[in-house]
Design a protein around this ligand. Structure first.
Ligand code: UD1
Length: 299
């Protein structure tokens, strides 16, 4: 991607800032972020930074001016936080996405949307392809599911170029810890400080962990593909249990942290793993970084 005007919402956050890093040299990049979970230092030099909320009309209008492509990464990313604050999650994740789609319609900009595997809820089987029925099991999953449908509908109704990327469990450098963060950044912090590694339930639940650099490449492919108006699973196709993850982190970190088991998380999904055939065939997406390799770079 070169010579384009690009808006990245959530561009000071974990995934958005990696997309910004990949695009800023050759494009005119604007980052819009309210810094609720992202930080100013994540925004690369050379990108224009606007601090603000995607739900604020004037701010969004200004940030989206002349955009060719909008990567919409701004969101509340935690399933647990959505259970604690369902209304706030809907406001940010659903109403915020609708506002971005309207801005894109004004500018005739392409939208690449950060959708989620959480829209599938507990799948009928794994690996999960895009024809899997959606059955979200959390407010977060419901909001991402509705937003994913809006994104497709804006293609069908208004002819907008839109793509939804259904991220599985993204991890990598820059993912910050804290209660509402992803399990890998939580385990990493626990291993580094020597605190117990806290597995929810018996740890038999599985996820498909995909490195943020693979996710960035999927976004770049989605920005130029002709295969728009649809959704793509973005994962690796490898299923890993949380217990195995905890043991792998323990061994790579070479830590004294014990593994402890707590209550299972209410509404937690038991199995998740992507079938990425559609992304492979239509986008040319190929996941390159194995979990073991990706984890090693974090220690
Ligand atoms: C994650 C993402 C979400 C994304 C979705 C796609 C985060 C915070 N959430 O949700 O944005 O859309 O994947 O599938 O990045 N666990 C523990 N101990 C802990 C923390 C978590 O055992 O200390 C377990 C959880 O119970 C769960 C698993 O790890 O079974 C993954 O949890 P989490 O990292 O919060 O991710 P998801 O809920 O899958």
């Amino acid at each position: 991607l070169t010579g384009r005007t690009i808006l990245i919402t959530g561009g000071a956050g974990f995934i958005g800032s990696h997309i910004a890093d990949a695009l800023t040299t050759d494009n005119d990049v604007t980052v819009l972020d309210d810094l609720s979970s992202g930080s100013r230092e994540n925004v690369p030099d050379g990108a224009t930074f606007i601090e603000g909320d995607v739900r604020d009309d004037d701010t969004l209008k200004n940030a989206a001016a002349d955009a060719d492509v909008i990567f919409h990464e701004a969101a509340i990313v935690s399933v647990q936080q959505s259970i604690d604050q369902p209304q706030r999650c809907q406001d940010v994740n659903l109403t915020g996405t609708l506002a971005v789609l309207e801005a894109a319609r004004r500018e005739d900009a392409r939208v690449v949307f950060a959708s989620s595997a959480a829209i599938y809820g507990e799948p009928t089987g794994v690996p999960i392809d895009e024809a899997e029925p959606t059955a979200p099991a959390s407010p977060y999953g419901i909001d991402k599911c509705a937003a994913d449908q809006y994104v497709r509908t804006y293609h069908d109704l208004y002819g907008l170029d839109t793509v939804a990327l259904r991220y599985f469990n993204v991890y990598g450098p820059g993912q910050t810890g804290g209660d509402y963060s992803g399990v890998i950044s939580i385990f990493r912090e626990q291993a580094l400080t020597g605190d117990p590694i806290t597995v929810d339930g018996d740890g038999s639940q599985t996820r498909d962990f995909v490195h943020v650099e693979d996710v960035v490449r999927a976004n770049l492919l989605a920005a130029t593909t002709d295969a728009v108006g649809t959704a793509y699973n973005i994962g690796t196709g490898t299923e890993t249990s949380i217990q195995t993850l905890a043991e792998t982190v323990q061994s790579i970190a070479d830590t004294d942290s014990p593994i402890v088991h707590g209550e299972p998380r209410p509404g937690d999904i038991d199995r998740s793993c992507a079938d990425v055939t559609r992304a492979r065939e239509q986008l040319g997406y190929e996941p390159k970084i194995s979990l073991e390799e990706g984890l090693r770079t974090l220690f």
